[in-house]
Design a protein around this ligand. Sequence first.
Ligand SMILES: NC(=O)c1ccc[n+]([C@@H]2O[C@H](COP(=O)([O-])OP(=O)(O)OC[C@H]3O[C@@H](n4cnc5c(N)ncnc54)[C@H](O)[C@@H]3O)[C@@H](O)[C@H]2O)c1
Length: 383
Amino acid sequence: MAERRLGIIMHGVTGRMGYNQHLVRSILAIRDQGGIALANGDRLVVDPIIVGRDADKIRRLAEKHNIKRWGTDLDMALSNPDDSVFFDAGTTQMRAELLGRAIDAGKHVYCEKPVSDDLDSAIALARKVKAAGIKHGVVQDKLFLPGLLKLKMLRDSGFFGRILSVRGEFGYWVFEGDWQPAQRPSWNYRKADGGGIILDMLCHWRYVLDNLFGEVQAVSCLGATHIPERVDEKGNSYTADADDAAYATFQLAGGVVAHINSSWDVRVRRDDLVTFQVDGTHGSAVAGLHKCFTQHRVNTPKPVWNPDEPSKFNFFEQWEEVPDNWPAQNGFKAQWEMFLRHVAEDAPWPYGLEAGAKGVQLAMAGLQSWEERRWIDVPALGI
Ligand SMILES: NC(=O)c1ccc[n+]([C@@H]2O[C@H](COP(=O)([O-])OP(=O)(O)OC[C@H]3O[C@@H](n4cnc5c(N)ncnc54)[C@H](O)[C@@H]3O)[C@@H](O)[C@H]2O)c1
């Protein structure tokens, strides 16, 4: 059994996602478990170098986590032939340019979504990686959540019969930042900085819908900026001009209708921060991040509309939980392991930059639908 080293240049790891999900819970967790076992019995050992503009921050982070290599010069990092993968979790607006530089340097690339904040750059990137013949990928973390894996199992088992509709509720109250600090970065609420919930969330909904329920064919989206002023990380008020809620309906191949509300201005009274209810002819299910509950046609109660009396049913008790028959993994780590296997031994990998471009395409179609107050078709991209 041989040990194989893989050098990974990581950018954006001082940020919320880059630090928690990608550095600590994925790459360092993979390092600390001794790497990944490859199909031929070799072990793939990860060797990250973390790169950022703030030397002090990056150095402290490296020391805290016993990461031997760190730096502030991305071009220097990209010029090292011993590091073959570039990863980015920086802000959305920087991504296309950074990925372009990494591809030019001959690196395999993996990144957070959205791959870009405009469709032309997203398509150009997908074409560029194809022409360069490198390995590439974009984060599609929701597909790896236990709750959504259970929905996939239900679908594959035929539990639903014919799927009719999907309704998703995503969101929670993001504090305005005045009397309690906001729990999301302020750039999320400024258009000029690449903010907006439509760009952020419709990328996710694209791969969730495409992979689980049918390719998205059309979208009707109403956005809103419910809270027009917020307070940033330094305590300064700013105009929050980006959309902070989106009410979107999707038509899917096969006739499924999906409706997903996404909002940073909603208080949660449901099973989880995101829930998907799927209704089919034979059964229904409601999945959150981890749990999933089902109601089969034979277990479906028969309520009768009567507003004159309080309901005799406790509707939440009429569902049965899908058991945890396999161990839950962090979804980001699971996807990283899949990508690293793809790089190291050409293992199957369906989440390339063309999937990333499809996410951006849906976000742009959602914004156009809102602006023009009409349905927008979502054609194949032909990358
Ligand atoms: N997959 C998911 O569920 C998910 C969730 C949230 C965010 N995201 C995506 O992750 C990305 C980062 O989001 P976040 O919430 O972690 O943001 P964040 O603001 O916490 O982090 C941004 C990172 O970019 C760096 N950065 C910002 N401006 C820079 C500059 N000019 N030069 C160099 N570095 C710079 C910051 O130092 C930080 O490391 C976004 O693209 C976002 O869409 C994905």
